[in-house]
Design a protein around this ligand. Sequence first.
Ligand SMILES: NC(=O)c1ccc[n+]([C@@H]2O[C@H](COP(=O)([O-])OP(=O)(O)OC[C@H]3O[C@@H](n4cnc5c(N)ncnc54)[C@H](OP(=O)(O)O)[C@@H]3O)[C@@H](O)[C@H]2O)c1
Length: 360
Amino acid sequence: MVGLPIAANIPLEHRRSVLCPQYRRVKVWRSEGKGLCAWRVERTDGPLAGHRRRNAIKAAICRAYGPPEVLQVCDIQQPVPKHHEVSIKIHTAAVTASDAIVRGFKLARWSPMGLGMGLALGFTRPRNPILGNILAGEVEAVGRHVSRFRVGDQVYAFTMLRFGAYAEYTCLPESVVIASKPQNLSFEEAAAIPYGGLIALHFLRKARVAAGQKVLIYGASGAIGSTAVQLARYFGADVTGVCSTANMAWVQALGAETVIDYTQEDFTKRDERYDLILNAVGKRKARLACQRSLTPQGKHVTVDDGNPKIRTEGLLCLNEVIGAGKLKPVIDRVYPLDQIAEAHRYVDQGHKKGNVVITM
Ligand SMILES: NC(=O)c1ccc[n+]([C@@H]2O[C@H](COP(=O)([O-])OP(=O)(O)OC[C@H]3O[C@@H](n4cnc5c(N)ncnc54)[C@H](OP(=O)(O)O)[C@@H]3O)[C@@H](O)[C@H]2O)c1
């Protein structure tokens, strides 16, 4: 790669504004390991300068926190993997409830969670303007120190705070949460697994779910809830799902023995007692006064209880459950990348059935 002098890459009006947010400084090496050659400045978010179009890829860029329209699809430079990174050609990504929270900065800025998010991601706009942290795709290049993956491997991943999934390509260290995509799943189906799967797995493990327990999943039709129903069943629990009328039949088909329609009935008024109640809606929308519905040793866990531990081991565990035919992806809608704002508008409503997937 040839290092260009800083000014050569920058339009005249920006030559003095190296700190301009549309640009970032990138180290350019003469050849691998042989010393620093120059700093190159490249655009992070705009249409590329003519001489760079060769390596242009499409990405949805979030220039500021706000409504779905802040997401705009444009050309960016294809990232190049570092020694310990894999370059992934992304086929599909998921639009999750967390993506919508980040895009809209839907947390009070000065609450502990809001401060944490601002410090981690940026207060006025996301430091990484390419959002999305769930992807499925194919490894198209590997850095020289990568040992877990080879070119051509079909993988899926949870990129966590690195984001970058709303693009045709991304580079990830092999140490992040990446695993081989289950062979029996398409790329669309694979993108519908990691978010709900890893978060549901975390909370079920945290509550030490066990065979024979009576478990109630509140919000059984969301991405997390629909996976929690299937995983609790896989662990041998007797599952009750709570959802709205339209979703009752398919939640039952996922494995819930009993389904309660929250629009018709308050489950806490029933005489039934549960060993575990998992609130998969989140306490910001649905605070549950459910103490009387728990057995004496029963536990109430909500998905807003701290940061879930997301690990590659969890993804490998999900691969096993999928391989055993006990976990099926639930896809509500599929959108092309060009309609990313539309996809976010739908997710914002908070009533999706399982997952929303975008295709590149
Ligand atoms: N702690 C963390 O770090 C963390 C991480 C990820 C997610 N979360 C939280 O987890 C929540 C759920 O995520 P998700 O991806 O599963 O969301 P989702 O796919 O949008 O699903 C939400 C589900 O909640 C149900 N619902 C909405 N309002 C309800 C209400 N008032 N009462 C009962 N059910 C209601 C909806 O079902 P109906 O259409 O049938 O109403 C929908 O199926 C998010 O809100 C997010 O804040 C927390």
